[in-house]
Design a protein around this ligand. Structure first.
Ligand code: NAP
Length: 305
């Protein structure tokens, strides 16, 4: 029988790719969008997870409006912190492994632009309401006591929702030049690549899962590994400015990318200046270079156009 996966926030940008790829892999997928399961409703979460009896849950539901969180911290905390605990307790009670998605914004980003990326053991120090609520969500997941992987990722782009790459392509069709910040550095990540890694952390490493003699192999190790994992596009970290330039290069867009600073583009929520992620854990799935993810994204947009 195919392993069963329950996905919350299934109509979000990441959730759509998790559902699509899990189904393509032959998993039995229960995809619950916000209209079908509001994760802030603890009783509904418990009932849905208990009824579905999944082998694993991927929690893609989140408050992702980073600036909006500053003016509604309770609203952001309800989804990112309290509801993450609801999902984690329900998954633990059902004996399902939970893969929970978190963010680079749990770090303060105070490192130099050429510093080493943050690894899982580095101290967190979120500077925004969004980052604080996501960190509280990580803590709630760990406290629930079930089998879990907390996956911090960064700078997501995919065909299933608004994102920086899509915005740049829209603006390139309207303008000859655009100013993009050079002083925020991170790791762009394709949601399709991240989705595959989440499934590996949920179920193990597919064909290589377990040794031929039936003993636990690398795949089983991934499936049993607990705690925080950093999973982001590989390749050198970049600024948003350099990311925009690569988007336009690959898309063949003629728009010029001008430099500017974060101070020139004030936003309600502070962003970490440096939030590149790397993993110090051998079990962590390694993603392809973000440039390859970008190329796949541009191809997939043609199909969805
Ligand atoms: N986007 C990024 O650059 C980025 C970077 C690092 C980490 N992450 C993390 O990656 C995960 C997925 O993000 P994403 O980019 O796919 O965001 P997204 O497109 O905004 O998806 C989040 C989904 O959660 C749903 N949701 C919100 N409140 C809910 C509730 N109370 N109950 C059930 N569902 C609810 C949203 O539904 P509605 O649209 O109806 O509100 C949306 O479909 C999140 O944990 C996020 O923190 C994102």
């Amino acid at each position: 029988m195919s392993p069963r996966l329950l996905v919350t926030g299934a109509h979000g940008m990441l959730g759509r790719d998790v559902v699509r790829i899990a189904r393509a892999d032959g998993h039995d997928v229960v995809a619950l969008a916000r209209a079908e399961l509001d994760v802030t409703d603890a009783a509904a979460v418990s009932a849905a997870i208990s009824a579905a009896a999944p082998d694993a849950v991927v929690n893609c539901a989140a408050w992702t409006n980073v600036d909006g969180a500053e003016s509604d911290p309770d609203g952001a905390a309800a989804v990112n912190a309290t509801a993450a605990g609801n999902v984690a307790r329900a998954a633990a009670a059902a004996g399902a492994r939970l893969v929970h998605v978190s963010t680079d914004y749990v770090f303060d980003g105070a490192r130099a632009a050429d510093a080493a990326p943050y690894v899982e053991s580095d101290p967190t120090n979120p500077q925004s309401v969004y980052g604080r609520t996501k960190l509280a969500g990580e803590q709630a997941v760990a406290a629930a006591g079930g089998s879990h992987a907390i996956v911090r990722s960064s700078w997501l782009f995919g065909v299933g929702g608004p994102n920086f790459a899509a915005t740049m392509l829209r603006l390139a069709a309207e303008r000859d030049e655009i100013s993009v910040v050079t002083d925020q550095i991170g790791c762009p990540t394709a949601t399709a690549d991240l989705a595959r890694a989440l499934l590996t952390l949920a179920f193990g490493a597919g064909d290589g899962d377990g040794a031929a003699d039936g003993s636990a192999g690398a795949g089983a190790g991934v499936r049993a590994a607990q705690g925080v994992f950093h999973v982001a596009g590989s390749g050198p970290p970049v600024s948003w400015n350099a990311f925009a330039a690569e988007i336009f290069r690959q898309a063949g867009a003629a728009c010029r990318v001008l430099p500017c600073t974060t101070a020139e583009m004030p936003r309600p929520a502070p962003r970490p200046a440096f939030s590149a992620l790397a993993s110090a854990r051998p079990e962590t799935p390694v993603l392809p270079p973000w440039q390859d993810g970008l190329s796949d994204f541009l191809e997939a947009r043609k199909v969805h156009a």
